[in-house]
Ligand binder design. Structure first.
Ligand code: GLY
Length: 376
């Protein structure tokens, strides 16, 4: 395929949610226009940037300079990096800091960071003064293609991930693809699992395009903006049709049932990043679907081969320190997904780009599959 040419114009993907509609703006170098874009969105608004110490080192000065150039007052709220900041104590601290900064209705919180910051700041925005607007400025690949879009916000409970939260849509998403240049390569690769997910779940042509163009995407070529836009368009469509996940939105959980169990089994540690767990989970969802005769072995092999080609794990034996045994994994799967009348819900596939929701999976079949997988 001919190489994509980069244009100076950002790509704008609208999310059609009536009076809560918003744009996702995608392009290289957009952080410099943050102030101007916020001024155009909400003239006269004051802002508070919520970010973590790592992101702050790389990008806070540029964000603040852009806001200052547009004459926008801003406060900064820093939290420690990592999933452990998605807790009640940090949430309370962020809410109090937003209030102390005199951010009122009509003003804006800005989530500058990856998925943890987007979830935490978005949830704080949903609660402070019974809801203020917020802008997502995602700084990880995973956040640019998935978590910054769609309004899922929240923190973790001692009982599990994202169990305290709210649907609260951002007023604007600004995805500056140049911010991904400073990401740790492992972190970038893990985020790529969510990119591949959009091809694997509903867009076979996009998956084929990724097979040919992923290197340009990793290298920061024009393929990066194109891929992020394709993912955001897909997600925007799904969210517009099923904002509260009563149906179709669950397809975005492809790979997440096996993935969450493995992630939890590794203690949500750096042994297995979320995106790596999703890659492993998608490989398993394809192989499980092939084992059930729903998808061809060739399609399962093709999905696995691509994930492996970019360096993502596709077999549990690749997880440093190993994974829990079958009994522990089955317990984790039962916790992650509701068991209805003894059956499990999984996102399965009929082929590349053909995911569907299966509410009637027999736990015995899953157990047998896991036994095979963990024995090899
Ligand atoms: N990350 C899945 C969703 O937003 O529904």
């Amino acid at each position: 395929m001919t190489a994509l040419l980069r244009t100076n114009e950002p790509i704008v993907v609208p999310v059609a949610l009536g009076d809560r509609a918003y744009d996702i703006v995608i392009g290289r170098g957009l952080l410099a226009s943050l102030g101007a874009r916020i001024k155009a969105l909400r003239p006269g608004a004051r802002t508070a940037i919520v970010t973590d110490e790592t992101v702050a080192r790389h990008h806070l000065a540029a964000a603040e300079a852009s806001l200052a150039a547009a004459g926008i007052e801003t406060a900064r709220i820093l939290v420690p990096p990592g999933e452990s900041s998605k807790n009640v104590a940090t949430f309370e601290r962020v809410c109090e800091a937003i209030i102390a900064a005199r951010i009122e209705r009509g003003d804006l919180a800005i989530a500058l960071g990856g998925g943890v910051i987007g979830d935490l700041a978005g949830f704080a925005a949903s609660c402070v003064r019974r809801g203020i607007d917020f802008v997502q400025v995602p700084t990880s690949l995973l956040a640019q293609v998935d978590s910054s879009v769609g309004g899922k916000t929240g923190i973790n409970s001692r009982h599990g991930k994202n169990l305290i939260g709210a649907f609260h849509q951002p007023a604007l998403v600004i995805a500056d693809t140049a911010l991904l240049d400073t990401l740790d390569p492992r972190e970038f690769r893990a985020g790529y699992a969510e990119v591949a997910k959009y091809g694997l779940l509903g867009d076979a042509a996009f998956f084929a395009w990724l097979e040919s163009n992923w290197k340009d995407l990793f290298a920061g070529g024009a393929a990066r903006e194109h891929a992020i836009a394709v993912c955001c368009r897909a997600k925007a469509g799904i969210v517009a049709r099923d904002e509260r996940e009563t149906g179709e939105r669950a397809l975005l959980n492809l790979g997440h049932t096996f993935g969450h169990a493995l992630e939890a089994g590794c203690g949500f540690s750096s042994r297995l990043l979320h995106g790596e767990a999703v890659a492993l989970g998608m490989a398993m969802a394809f192989e499980f679907s092939a084992r059930k005769g729903l998808a061809s072995a060739a399609d399962a092999q093709r999905a696995v081969a691509h994930l492996a080609a970019v360096g993502l794990p596709t077999h549990v034996s690749q997880v440093a320190g190993g994974v829990p045994g079958v009994d522990a994994l089955m317990d984790l799967i039962a916790q992650d997904k509701k068991v209805k009348r003894g059956k499990l819900t999984f996102i399965l596939v009929r082929g590349i780009g053909q995911a569907f929701i299966e509410n009637n999976v027999d736990p015995a079949e899953v157990r047998a599959f896991l036994a095979e997988r963990t024995a090899r």
